[in-house]
Design a protein around this ligand. Sequence first.
Ligand code: ZN
Length: 246
Amino acid sequence: MRYLLISDLHGNREALDSVLEDARNQYDRIVCCGDLVGYGPDPNPIVDWARSSLFAVIRGNHDRACCGIDDLEWFNPIAQEASRWTMSHLSPENLDWLRSLKRGPIVVDGFSLAHGSPLDEDEYIASLADAANVFDYLDRPLTFFGHTHLQGGFLWANGRREAIARPHRAEHETLLHIEADALYLVNPGSTGQPRDSDPRAAYALFDTETRNLLLRRVSYDHEAVRVKIESAGLPPALGQRLAFGR
Ligand code: ZN
């Protein structure tokens, strides 16, 4: 089975459309590590698409905040403003659907999906040290996660712990073979708001037969999204950051 893995879409329809076009005919199912909404100007189109297209999905912290499960006290002022905007624009059906999303991790076809850490959906795994604290507790050898908006990940094999690199700016993809006797924490990257200094939308492809994993980047029209964000009355900084991947 061939999986398209996405995370942290954050209401960015242009980025999602570019990913789907770039990955066309190269996957059988789509799975998502959470944060469908928040920040971006198109929460309803993203959730409408997710409801009909995702094989498996878990909730992210912004999904919780934007459907009223959490209060907003832990968010910075810009994230709070975006969450209030998103909650007031989501349709009642889409709010209900977001409220029904499961907490990660969940197991799908032999691998796990988590939003933050497999131990705590709100914890960031951003460094090898963060990953080292989690490896002992993994219930599957391969876990996909999101939340940091940093594509890449970490592996533990033959006593070595290493970071998994994302594609360079001049590359479209990097290939990693998933070995049977190692542990992997892999972040497909953020589709809708990358923060690893590469403005291109991020995603991953994983084939359960060949065990090949591709980390990919694809350009999209972030300027069009910036204009939409400003016309919607969302904080302009949320559009400006897309050009820098921060
Ligand atoms: Zn996020």
